[in-house]
Design a protein around this ligand. Sequence first.
Ligand code: NAD
Length: 242
Amino acid sequence: MKHLLISGGTRGIGAATVRRFITEGFSVTVLYSSDEEAKNSLQNELSSNADSLLFIKADVSDPKQVSDAVSKAVERFNNVDVLVSNAGISLSGLSDTFGFNDYRKVMDINFGGFFNLIHEIVPSMISRKEGSVVAVSSMWGQEGASCEALYSASKGAVDSYVKSLAKELGPSGIRVNAVSPGVILTDMLSCYSKEDLDALAGDTPVQRLGDPKEVADVIYYLSSSESSFITGQIVGVNGGFC
Ligand code: NAD
């Protein structure tokens, strides 16, 4: 049984990804931060797969918590075959209203969380000469977004790291890619009004918002042998937005 470790897997894109990998017969370790309610709900929903699921409370921005979580996951399910770095936060507002603490928080979770997971998991992939990594970026990482400058910069860092790691780790048999979602209907959009969401759907060429499952399917594809010659790519899942 192959083993997926995913961060931020209790809701939204992460939960849809957990469902897809469970359906494909994986054992899954889910790192989550503080959303106990979402964790309990997903755990109940997938109770018939309890033997294949491990939930670990860990803040991805804390290297020690990530290290302890990865040790527990490996103890339970053996090596990590697929890493999905999905945990992220958004931050909206004019750039001149953000301070150092905002900068640190967004970078430490969105990019630092990815770094911490790579640091703990990739050495074992290198020694086994196999493994697949998928990061969840954002179209704003490539395009830049007004009033989401720090968020966009953090995702731009993710994209650069993905491309660099793909070059460095390819000779070791490890592929590294990212999905770059457009506007996907999850809790991350809860700050938007119905009018805002309608406008965002209108700005999307396919005239609707994305479903988390549509991102999860691409994540699964990028992790699987179906995409064996794809690495270092930032794959847009955005309904044609950019
Ligand atoms: P979400 O808010 O529902 O999910 C985010 C997940 O990350 C949650 O499970 C949350 O608990 C977890 N998380 C946040 N901080 C964490 C931390 N410090 N440690 C561990 N886990 C933490 O939103 P989502 O839309 O499902 O977001 C998933 C990813 O998709 C994020 O990286 C986000 O930036 C990206 N994304 C989302 C959209 C969108 O429109 N929804 C668009 C582009 C990119």
